[in-house]
Design a protein around this ligand. Structure first.
Ligand code: PCA
Length: 324
């Protein structure tokens, strides 16, 4: 990959300098399966860019962590090993708390709220990505996050000691607050981790529960709707700067289109995933009042912690969100 992207950068620079259109293949690493709706959106985006640039940019998606594993995608794009990629942005909250704005429990729990929060946060996130040599293109929310267990769980006391799969700092923190043992695992490895008992519970969308066939190992899903985390698509800034303005505009326009369509699709598919879990034998239900209250208290704690860590920018985002 490294060799071809270096070649790519020099070809793009040469093309820009003579003002000629040059067909380029852009490999796009994705972390989730080809059949996942995010991966399907990326395909639609690629087609849109192909059309919008008259074939100048040919984006080829590589789903399921096949080119770079989820955890390596952001760095790969920052360093130019891949010109474009998609990543669950909250997985990088340890680099900058702003990247975790979409995973603050119970702050924004519906598609409408998630959209408002993102409107309030997007420019600041894009600026931080730019500091990291990345150009923001689009983001799409996952369906609301709920808990998967292999037994009935009605309170935090019922969670004690359970091995819990985490995918970002917030999910690890919830485990800690609940007395569970967090293990960081990519979605692509989740089925295996469940089957071998490395983990026995997790929090995620119905989408990932279906992708992972959670019913093969687990029995209960609690639809707590804790937050709607986002996948963000970004371009390496040097690759971006090597494009002419028309190509940049075409990519940005496609990004806006896919962001809108992707959010709609996520919402439309949401209930169907839970139905699939139930059809495969899982008990899909609302949390008990006690569990709901205990989780809400975690949410309050974690909102305070996030505001503490995210400083002025974080406060400005939450204030702007709450003022809407
Ligand atoms: N699926 C991803 C992130 C959030 C979601 O719904 C995962 O579990 O890795």
């Amino acid at each position: 990959m490294k060799g071809s992207s270096v070649l790519f950068a020099s070809v793009a620079a040469a093309a820009a300098s003579v003002g000629a259109a040059q067909a380029e293949t852009w490999d796009m690493p994705l972390a989730y399966p080809a059949t996942n709706f995010h991966s399907e959106n990326a395909e639609v985006f690629a087609e849109c860019v192909r059309e919008g640039t008259d074939g100048e940019i040919d984006i080829v998606t590589h789903p399921n962590g096949s080119l770079f594993s989820g955890n390596d995608i952001k760095r790969a794009v920052q360093t130019g090993q891949a010109p474009i990629g998609e990543r669950l942005i909250s997985a990088h909250a340890n680099e900058n708390p702003l990247f975790g704005v979409d995973s603050i429990p119970f702050l924004a729990t519906s598609y409408e709220e998630s959209e408002k929060l993102w409107q309030a946060a997007r420019d600041k996130l894009a600026a931080e990505l730019e500091n990291q040599n990345l150009v923001y293109v689009y983001a799409v929310p996952w369906p609301p996050q709920g808990f998967y267990f292999k037994k009935e769980v009605n309170s935090v006391a019922d969670m004690q000691g359970i091995k819990f799969r985490a995918y970002n700092a917030a999910t690890a923190r919830i485990a800690e607050l609940a007395g569970m043992a967090p293990v960081q695992i990519e979605a692509a490895e989740l089925s295996q981790a469940l089957a071998t008992g490395v983990v026995e519970s997790f929090i995620s969308s119905g989408s990932t529960g279906v992708d992972s066939k959670a019913w093969e190992s687990l029995t209960h899903f609690y639809d707590v709707q804790a937050w709607l985390p986002r996948n963000v698509v970004f371009v390496n800034k040097d690759a971006w700067d090597g494009l002419d303005e028309a190509a940049q505009q075409a990519i940005a326009t496609c990004g806006d289109k896919i962001a809108a369509e992707g959010a709609k699709k996520s919402e439309e598919l949401s209930a169907g995933y839970l139905k699939t879990l139930a059809e495969n034998g899982m008990t899909v239900s609302q949390p008990s009042d006690q569990l709901r209250e205990e989780l809400a208290a975690f949410g309050a704690t974690m909102t305070d912690e996030w505001l503490e860590s995210a400083g002025e920018d974080g406060k400005a985002i939450i204030d702007a969100y709450r003022a809407q």
